[in-house]
Design a protein around this ligand. Sequence first.
Ligand code: FAD
Length: 406
Amino acid sequence: MTRERHLSFGGVTRQVLIAGGGLGGLAAGVACTRAGWDARLYEQAAQFSEFGAGIQLGPNATRILQGWGLGRELELVAAFPPWLRVRRAADAAPLGRLRLGPAFASRYGAPYATVHRADLQGLLLGAARQAGVHLKLSSRVMAVLPSSDAIGLRIAGDLEVEGDALIGADGLWSAVRSQVCSDGPPAFTGHLAYRALAVQADLPAALRSPEVTVWLGERLHVVAYPVRRGEWLNVVAIVEGKAPGRVEDWDQAAAGAELLRALGRQCAPLQDLVRAMPNWRLWALHDRPPMASADEMVRGRAVLLGDAAHPMRPYFAQGAGMAIEDAAALGGTLAMAADAGLDVPLALRRYALKRWERCARVQERSRRNGRIFHATGLMRWGRDLSLRLLGETLLDQPWLYRGPAR
Ligand SMILES: Cc1cc2nc3c(=O)[nH]c(=O)nc-3n(C[C@H](O)[C@H](O)[C@H](O)COP(=O)(O)OP(=O)(O)OC[C@H]3O[C@@H](n4cnc5c(N)ncnc54)[C@H](O)[C@@H]3O)c2cc1C
């Protein structure tokens, strides 16, 4: 057994251990080093790689990236759609729209961006490396080893490491979570996400788009948006169904024909889009109920961040956004703790107290959006009417996009 002790006391740099190197873990590494902490990140995969899929980022998240000096790099890789349009899946009828683009960016002081996950990861990975985060690959966290004045991790391959604080950023199936709260595994939502990416130039002209388009149908919805400076199109189709074999496997091959069957009879442009997209992949969506207290995010020297803390349905497009917000809040709290000479567990509790209500609200709204998006009968009729009358007001979310209260 190799034992690395990184702990330090007496005003010397403090060390934080980060379990997981997804978008949340990398963002945490950047934020903690900016706060003056030494960050050591342990990722189970042999290399940093992201799934071929897109991410929408509201101004609440892009503002933080700008604050970390990543605004210019984001501009180089992302797309900045001018509109979000909602259409009925059955007949393509327009239901509502929200102007994005420069007007939206100046309203919120940061843009609405759509980005390839690998590009966002590349950006955060570059920033983490530059900040001096120690990045350890092929390092699966097997166990948390708490003690009174430190916290440790057992890493696969007989390594034990120790630090002043631990961030569980190890995603939906978090191993660190059981150290913080014992509420079992996340639950299957009954919803399946099919995802595909295509180079826009390879698609028929009528299917190319610089906008975010949301198609609402009965018990289904489809979202399409550009990524990679607008050169690629990302499509996500959500239908209701049974979980496929291995639920922990995010990324399974799927057939477009199977998705077309699940979508049923929808308008021609939507069916054409599904037929034209290559290489569909399938995800079984899981979540947890909205958090009920800060205790679900912190215990002693361990905190949770991102999907490990508050996995949510993607119907508000904010899972990664909340992980980035968590990282920024944690960095701010740790910097303040160092200045004020605050005890580490107390500082971590402050972070959880700052974050849990906002994240719980986003979890709840994500579930509610799912019910609204998939509505049938009278509820669907009411939704369509409200969107036609109040589209912009309903689609804009100032409480969310302005970012958390300071
Ligand atoms: C269909 C779909 C669409 C989405 N769209 C959006 C969107 O538009 N906007 C948005 O903001 N969010 C979106 N999300 C949500 C977003 O993808 C997640 O919230 C975000 O990726 C969570 O990041 P994370 O770092 O917390 O977790 P993850 O990305 O899951 O990263 C966890 C990391 O931890 C590692 N790990 C796990 N266990 C261990 C261990 N024991 N030891 C070491 N490492 C470990 C994993 O390998 C992984 O690298 C979407 C999600 C889905 C499913």
